[in-house]
Design a protein around this ligand. Structure first.
Ligand code: 4AD
Ligand code: MG
Length: 458
């Protein structure tokens, strides 16, 4: 007899089958009296549901062990799958054997069977996956990861691993974590491990461009690091980003890809994570399923930054940051556009060059660049992308005007020297996408072990 996952026991196994499962006890009810009986619910993480196990004194360890089980104990159960006479579950297991693998001190176990605040659970990040919410998030995160690979691989994109340690600052925002083996106080980078200043990557884009300019379509999916001191529910110091890059493409192709991509991811979790999504809809955000279904069916709004500014200026509002051409779009503006004006995702294009990085293609007006941000209700920006500047002279003069040294980017400029092509790509913030997909409200709760200012525990 092979060990089975509870998700299979609950869906694929005929009544009467002998089964063996292993998991952690969620609840125990011991009935004393004439016919003693114990109901043990077990979860093994394979699905949201628990499996009910019925144990009786015929088990040799019933009095010595089974009746002493508590929440959090790990057990292996062998028994027969039967129809459940009780309400609440269609099937249950009549135990022939219950092996206690690990006891769990009920006095000190932090994850008692009751509702805990997310703030408390953040301090128990090693145990919080045993709760309903964090188990569901982990499964949705995993399913979304697979959907991302499916989406790109089925469209001929090649999965690329870009370096985590780099010498370049892709976004030019100076929010990088230094990587060094120098002793504190030493400043001679010649003597450093790599013989130069290095940092953790803020984006794999520049390297992805090199491969797109050879393989046509590539994508990265990996961790990125930003030392921005933003203590918000939408910022992490370590987060995962998906960065596709396409040669022979322009900004419209890029926006088309982003829209199709988001719809595919959400459609997939609606189909494959039904039980987890119903849990989020019931306990976390009562509109989350409807919101995702709307996104899948909707046509995203596309408008220029300049037009968006006009809408914001006309809105009769007390803004914290009054909208003004040339200034960045703030969270309050993003929410106004996505939640109040359009009530669906909005793709904003053609931002002022002055607020965007060096690599974005300069438009004919000389003032704006071929950038796009995808904004969604509740979260704001989840994708940032652009068409890249493919003209060598324009790129060099843009770098110089930003005070960058083109020699530092000699290899990036080579891509424009030798067989340059129009190309475009974007970066999807994976955790922000999970926030949107689950209805969770703090980004620290959708990555297993969050890293934020003054927090790197576990
Ligand atoms: O807009 P960003 O900075 O774009 C880039 O890094 C480009 N190089 C991408 C590209 O064109 N290949 O970041 C992309 C996305 C944002 O839209 C946001 O969703 C997410 O990454 N993001 C963060 N997520 C969590 N915590 C942070 N500190 C984030 N910073 C950006
Ligand atoms: Mg951005």
């Amino acid at each position: 007899m092979d060990r089975m996952l509870i998700k299979d026991v609950l869906t694929n196994v005929p009544i009467g089958t002998a089964v063996e499962v292993a998991g952690w006890v969620r609840t125990v009810r011991n009935h004393k009296g004439k016919n003693p009986l114990s109901f043990i619910t077990v979860n093994d993480g394979s699905c949201f549901s628990t499996l009910q196990v019925v144990a009786t004194p015929t088990l040799p360890n019933y009095e010595t062990e089974v009746v002493h089980l508590t929440t959090g104990c790990s057990i292996i159960v062998k028994g027969k799958l039967v129809e459940s006479p009780g309400a609440g579950q269609p099937v249950e297991v009549q135990a022939d054997e219950v092996h206690v693998v690990g006891w769990c001190d009920p006095e000190n176990y932090p994850i008692q069977p009751k509702r805990h605040s997310f703030e408390f659970l953040r301090t128990q990040a090693h145990l919080r996956p045993r709760t309903n919410t964090f188990g569901a998030i982990a499964r949705v995160r995993s399913t979304m990861s697979l959907a991302i690979h499916e989406f790109f691989q089925s469209r001929g994109f090649i999965y690329l691993h870009t370096p985590i340690i780099t010498t370049s600052d892709c976004e030019g925002a100076g929010q990088m974590f230094r990587v060094t083996t120098l002793e504190p106080g030493q400043e001679d980078f010649e003597k450093d491990f790599f013989g130069c200043k290095t940092n953790l990557t803020v984006s794999g884009q520049l390297e992805a461009e090199a491969y797109a300019c050879a393989l046509g379509r590539v994508y990265t999916f990996g961790p990125t690091f930003r030392a921005e001191n933003s203590n918000t529910p939408r910022h992490l110091a370590e987060f995962w980003m998906v960065e596709p890059e396409m040669a022979f493409c322009d900004l419209t192709d890029d926006a088309d890809l982003a829209e199709e991509f988001l719809k595919y991811i959400f459609q997939t979790i609606l189909e494959r994570c039904r039980e987890d999504m119903e849990f989020f809809n019931k306990w976390i955000d009562e509109n989350v399923i409807e919101r995702l279904e709307n996104v899948v069916q909707s046509e995203f709004v596309r408008m220029s930054y300049t037009d968006a500014m006009e809408i914001l200026k006309k809105a009769n509002r007390d803004w914290q940051f009054p909208p003004e051409w040339g200034k960045d779009i703030q969270t309050e503006h993003e929410r106004f556009l996505t939640e109040e004006t359009f009530n669906k995702p909005v793709i904003i294009t053609d931002y002022p060059a002055s607020i965007k990085p060096f690599y974005m293609r300069v438009n004919d007006d000389g003032k704006t660049v071929a950038a796009m941000d995808v904004l969604v209700p509740k979260i704001g920006e989840i994708i940032g992308g652009s068409q890249r500047e493919e003209r060598l002279d324009v790129l060099i003069s843009r770098m110089e005007s930003l005070g960058m040294n083109p020699d530092d980017y000699w290899w990036y400029l080579d891509l424009r020297r030798y067989g340059t092509v129009p190309h475009a790509g974007f970066g999807l913030g994976f955790e922000r996408t999970i926030l949107f997909a689950t209805g969770m409200s703090n980004i620290r709760d959708v990555i297993p072990f969050p890293r934020t200012p003054r927090w790197a525990e576990f």
